[in-house]
Design a protein around this ligand. Structure first.
Ligand code: PGA
Length: 265
């Protein structure tokens, strides 16, 4: 972790929990957020429970994205549409996420890309819409096992970064968070080695520099995601270009999520 960048650890709850569990998990994290005071903490619940989580964090409806919850824990979406309103049954608009107090939104998660057909072009439109709404996109990239084994990691990640972030100004790029999540490490218990992760993080930062400038790229936080657990977080946190974690399974337990966050503090 660079001393110049504040780490950011986000919990991606995916399609898990119920309203009561979402509330109690939020309360447990918020009560102990001070243990990771040097880290930006974000909870990304299922959209239907976002207001429950917002209330448990003390976020008022209509609060601005720059408003910090009393708990110090921020709220994030797991996905967003790229339009502000309209006939898009089942979708959530960026402004709706902001309206309930969200500050972040995960975009282009590999599950969205592989299960819901999101291309770099789709992700790019969402990134632009989310930025325009004043939220911080957490833009996910990462190669599949087959792509890694056939030596295509660099090419795949390069295409995803350049495609997902095409046409975004340096000023806006400075606001985003990137998450490198090798698909083969997500939910498999098979974490990337610190060296594997660091190598791709360095590549992502060089691509961000190409899209903006080395000064801007140096400020952008790049999270690692994929089977991050309390017992492997510290070695990932020690890598110079790893500035936090996007945590799936382990974010469903307050103890584990906070232990990971503390490793990045
Ligand atoms: P995992 O998921 O921590 O359960 O591997 C990470 C993610 O998909 O963001």
């Amino acid at each position: 972790m660079s001393t110049r960048r504040k780490s950011i650890v986000a919990g991606n709850w995916k399609m898990n929990l119920d309203a009561a569990k979402a509330r109690s998990l939020t309360e447990a994290v918020a009560a102990r957020a001070g243990e990771a005071a040097n880290v930006d903490l974000v909870l990304c619940p299922p959209a239907l429970y976002a207001t429950t989580v917002a209330a448990a964090l003390g976020l008022a409806a209509g609060s601005s994205p720059s408003g910090v919850a009393p708990s110090g824990v921020a709220l994030g979406g797991q996905n967003s549409h790229d339009k502000e309103s309209g006939a898009f049954t089942g979708e959530v608009a960026p402004g709706m996420l902001r309206d309930i107090g969200s500050r972040y939104c995960i975009l282009g998660h590999s599950e969205r890309r592989t299960l819901f057909g999101e291309t770099d072009k789709v992700v790019n439109a969402k990134v632009k819409a989310v930025l325009a709404t004043g939220l911080t996109p957490i833009v996910c990239v990462g190669e599949s096992l087959e792509e890694r084994e056939s030596g295509r990691t660099e090419a795949v990640v390069t295409e995803q970064v350049l495609g997902s972030l095409a046409g975004i100004s340096a000023d806006d790029l400075a606001k985003i968070v990137v998450a490198y999540e090798p698909v083969w490490a997500i939910g498999t218990g098979k974490v990337a080695t610190p060296q594997q992760a660091q190598d791709v993080h360095a590549l992502v930062r060089s691509l961000l520099a190409r899209l903006s400038s080395p000064t801007v790229a140096d400020k952008i936080r790049i999270q690692y995601g994929g089977s991050v657990k309390p017992d492997n977080a510290a070695e990932l946190a020690a890598c110079p270009d790893i500035d936090g974690a996007l945590v799936g399974g382990a974010s469903l337990k307050a103890d584990d999520f906070l232990a990971i966050a503390k490793a990045f503090g």
